[in-house]
Design a protein around this ligand. Structure first.
Ligand code: ARG
Length: 569
């Protein structure tokens, strides 16, 4: 069971709505109280402007009447030509801190309970290393899986591994013809894969032998399958090492590989043919979507199936077998057309009743310094493992300035957490659909909008709390509040709302922005309100509670981005 703590915004909104219902004629009921944060009060409503005419009074007068109706620990006053300013009482504020601290999950609700959501992310291809091209899908998908799950959804992670298709016939043929080559390692496979591609392009006889090998693979030839299985196993182990190093949720159990759908493709395509939705076009079997010129090629001219047919089988499985209420595909923006066609086809065949239930969640590119495509000097994609190594090095360089009391093991852990955090946060903090430049120096800055900054803020709080000792006193809600305390409490109180916003828009950067603002609100508070040396025991206890709630909220928020919050740094 989750205890939902009512946030100040909701409280004020409800009070204003109730006041409006009492003051306005019944036909005006249910109007939006038009609330926003304000400089002069905690919240300001502009509803009187919109409604004065209908009520037949001046906005100022209506504002005064509304203000007069507001109670429940709130102070309200008309302001200017017709605003209603609302401020929560100090006592309510301190009480709210205690309530959130005592509530499970900081009082965040589970509005998505009962919803089963598939999140399709990462999806690397076998026999190639994880590289920067997989970063965004992996990091954004993981954060969305966490956020939706935290809000109560039953999340099914699906890693749609590219492990089937003509390229593997080619690679297996190449390995067969080069028996002296050592290949049982992902880095070696990556190189051999490229060599095989070159041979395929340059040597028609090899290309022909490769095609025969594809047929053998698809026909289940035991010798070919044995090599294929080994390729898959080596690749999956290599992926898992990177996933684990990055602290991702993905495990082998989330694998949903293309090969798993191989034996369903005939039936899936037959279903489209029977429904009259698939038509021959230039020798291929195609499904067209209204208003789109490009077809979804469900069967190639040579009779083979590819990515489109596999994704149709996949979506059918997710809807009919996994019984997903919703499917999110966290995939590169360049696949937008593919998903438009797949979703349209799935809708028209009747599998996807609500076309809005399948969503492509696209993202922009990761660019190299100077805004050019991100490549190594030799023109290859940058491996994720190398990227993490580079981030660790950058983190070590900035952390040398900081004194610490950690032993070597703890220090290495902190460096790892900061490096992974830096890479993830820099990715997540950017608006999802925009490109961004991978800039290590900026990503590890101790003073900027970075994970390390947030991790430090959190660790500093934990240190402070440890210093305060186990008995931190009883909070005293009758104490007054400082403006910096008020601002911090209201920020903390908005955690629930920002999570719902991030889930609703599928934009983790909203949570990043929130956490950064929270850390800054804490810095303001800490600069103006002494905690350990607070003037009275009651205030000291209140401020310590505020520090605890800030630390918990930072840790929870970072956790939902997939970023660790070490206790000490
Ligand atoms: N393996 C694909 C690629 O590298 C990504 C898979 C995305 N998921 C899907 N259901 N199509 O482009």
């Amino acid at each position: 069971m989750s205890t939902v703590v009512v946030a100040a915004t909701s409280l004020v909104e409800d009070e204003l709505s109730a006041a409006m219902a009492r003051v306005l004629p019944p036909e005006q009921a249910g109007r939006d109280p038009l609330l926003r944060p304000s400089e002069q009060a905690d919240f300001q409503s502009g509803a009187a402007f919109a409604l004065a005419k209908l009520a037949g009074v001046a906005p100022r007068e209506l504002a005064e009447r509304l203000a007069g109706e507001i109670g429940a620990g709130l102070t309200a006053a008309a302001s200017g030509p017709g605003f209603v300013n609302v401020t929560v009482a100090d006592e309510w504020l301190w009480q709210q801190v205690a309530t959130r601290l005592a509530a499970p999950r900081l009082g965040v609700g589970e509005p998505l309970a009962g919803q089963r959501v598939v999140v399709d992310y990462s999806g690397p291809n076998i026999a190639k290393e994880l590289h920067v091209g997989h970063l965004r899908s992996t990091v954004i998908g993981d954060a969305l899986a966490r956020i939706l799950g935290h809000l109560g959804a039953e999340v099914l992670r699906q890693n749609h591994l590219g492990d089937w298709g003509t390229q593997f016939g080619m690679l297996i043929q190449y390995l067969d013809e080069h028996p002296g080559e050592e290949w049982r390692d992902i880095a070696l496979l990556d190189v051999l894969y490229k060599a095989a591609q070159q041979a395929f392009a340059a040597d028609p006889a090899f290309a022909e032998r490769s095609r025969r090998r594809v047929v053998a693979l698809q026909a289940g030839d035991e010798g070919t399958l044995a090599v294929w299985r080994e390729l898959v196993a080596i690749s999956e182990q290599a992926f898992q090492r990177v996933y684990d190093r990055m602290g991702l949720l993905l495990t082998g159990a989330d694998a949903d590989p293309e090969s798993a759908f191989n034996d369903q493709l005939d039936a899936v395509v037959a279903e489209f043919e029977a429904a009259g939705l698939a038509v021959e076009s230039e020798g291929a079997l195609c499904v067209f979507a209204e208003g789109v010129a490009a077809p979804l090629i469900v069967r190639k001219r040579n009779g083979g199936y590819g990515y489109p047919a596999t994704d149709l089988a996949t979506i059918r499985h997710r809807l009919q077998t996994l019984k997903a209420d919703r499917i999110l595909y966290v995939v590169d923006a360049r696949q937008a057309l593919h998903f438009t066609l797949v979703f349209d086809a799935a809708h028209r065949i009747g599998w996807l009743a609500d076309p809005g239930a399948a969503t492509h969640v696209p993202f922009g590119l990761v660019l190299g310094p100077g805004g050019t495509p991100f490549k190594t000097r030799s023109g290859d994609s940058v491996r994720l493992a190398d990227l993490l190594d580079a981030a660790e090095e950058a983190v070590r360089a900035v952390l040398t300035e900081k004194p610490h009391e950690l032993d070597d093991g703890q220090y290495a852990e902190v460096v790892g957490a900061a490096a992974v955090g830096a890479v993830k946060y820099a990715d997540l903090a950017n608006a999802r659909t925009k490109n961004y430049v991978f800039d290590l120096d900026r990503m590890v800055s101790l003073s900027g909008d970075t994970a390390v900054y947030l991790q430090y803020a959190h660790a500093r709080l934990r240190t402070l709390l440890a210093k305060a000792g186990p008995d931190q006193g009883d909070p005293d809600p009758s104490q007054p509040s400082h403006p910096a305390e008020r601002a911090l409490v209201l920020r903390l109180d908005a955690f629930d709302a920002v999570l719902r916003e991030a889930a609703g828009t599928l934009e983790p950067h909203r949570l990043c922005g929130y956490l950064y603002g929270l850390a800054k609100a804490f810095t303001d508070f800490y600069g103006s309100c002494p905690v350990l040396k607070a003037p009275t025991p009651g205030l000291r206890a209140n401020r310590l509670a505020l520090c605890r709630l800030t630390a918990e909220t930072l840790a929870a928020g970072l956790g939902l981005l997939g970023i660790a919050a070490p206790e000490r740094m």
